[in-house]
Design a protein around this ligand. Structure first.
Ligand code: HEM
Length: 323
């Protein structure tokens, strides 16, 4: 069963790769984009990510989330990496982005790449590769992604209203992900990224007191787990609650937590509460290979969101500054 799923995964990736030109182009991006111009680009990013994650494995989650927050706003164009200036408050200073971490890993890879092949490797590609490498480092699926994204010239706090908040229900999540071209199943698969990392109390404390007009505590939480969340919150708004029992391992534990009514965010648990998505949660909880396959395909697709090519963007010299 597992072997056939893995073979299936390889076959699907082959089909995705071959559906471009014979050089593996997807939407104008190419698997071998840097092969001639900067042949060590992939390896430099991978080594940088591996070194950083060896000293702090919690940063795998941070890189995956950063790539998601980049792609959903203005496309995958590294707009999330830009620092605010006196004339512009950038995306990274939005409340939704304040707990993003790991910017220094991207800076580190960028610096090395600027030495090796100046002006060639975009910050958007570095972030996409870093997220992919972080998933593999944490034990998730391995997959190739096309490169050639250009960096954007706009990063504005007001654009970030398009990030999903943790109080969204399934219908709202389906609508928001649908606007980016994702199916219901792809939305659930992508939510599985919460197999990595933590949420701060401020992201779920509304579930623990005065939840709604009839319930003090969100009725979709297991009562013991509600106590766990309350204990976490007793340490303050920034206290961290892991999404599942293995915060640094990419596995399907997250989906098993949802079945036990131990989802941390309302937007996590709603995937199990709602009949429309419950079956998908059950499938991923039962079959990790199926989750891995769907997740890698959905991440591949997310990495192509509204990418800028050619003169629509630039290759920044410093990922924190528009040229
Ligand atoms: C389905 C809608 C989603 C919502 C409402 C959501 C919301 C959140 C929230 C509120 C946090 C915790 C932030 C904090 O308290 O500091 C979080 C963390 C995280 N999110 Fe999501 N998210 C969603 C989808 C995704 C997707 C699609 C990905 C990636 C593909 C992702 C990756 C992550 C990761 C890895 C973390 C942990 C970060 C860390 O530990 O540093 N999320 N998310």
């Amino acid at each position: 069963m597992v072997v056939s799923k893995l073979l299936g995964a390889i076959l699907v990736m082959e089909i995705i790769v071959m559906s471009g030109t014979r050089f593996g182009a997807v939407d104008g991006l190419r698997m071998d984009y840097y092969m001639m111009s900067c042949p060590f680009a992939e390896i430099i990013v991978k080594n940088t990510v591996n070194t950083a994650l060896q000293s702090d494995p919690t940063l795998a989650a941070a890189l995956v989330r950063m790539h998601f927050h980049d792609c959903f706003i203005q496309g995958c164009d590294a707009s999330v990496l830009v620092d605010s200036t006196k004339d512009n408050t950038a995306e990274k200073d939005s409340p939704a982005n304040l707990s993003l971490r790991g910017y220094e890993i991207i800076d580190d890879a960028k610096q090395q790449l600027e030495q090796q092949c100046p002006g060639l490797v975009s910050c958007a590609d570095i972030l996409a590769m870093a997220a992919r490498d972080a998933i593999f480092f944490a034990g998730g699926p391995v997959y190739d992604i096309p490169k050639g994204r250009k960096d954007g010239r706009r990063s504005k706090i007001e654009d970030t209203f398009n990030l999903p908040p943790p109080f969204f229900n399934t219908t709202q999540l389906i609508t928001m992900f649908g606007q980016h071209g994702f199916t219901v199943q792809e939305m659930v698969a992508l939510s599985g990224a919460h197999t990595l990392g933590v949420a701060q109390c401020s992201s779920f404390k509304n579930r623990l007191t005065k939840f709604d007009s009839t319930n003090d505590v969100d009725p979709s939480i297991d009562s013991n787990f509600a106590k766990t969340l309350s204990r976490t919150c007793s340490r303050g708004d920034k206290a961290e609650q892991p999404f599942d029992g293995s915060r640094n391992s990419f596995d399907n534990d997250y989906f098993n937590s949802l079945i036990r009514k131990a989802g941390v965010l309302f937007s996590d648990q709603t995937l199990y509460t709602t009949p429309k998505t419950r079956g998908i949660v059950n499938s991923y909880a039962m079959n990790q290979a199926m989750f891995f396959l769907d997740f890698q395909q959905a991440m591949f697709k997310m990495g192509l969101l509204d990418v800028k090519e050619g003169t629509a963007g630039e290759v920044r010299g410093d990922c924190r500054k528009i040229n």
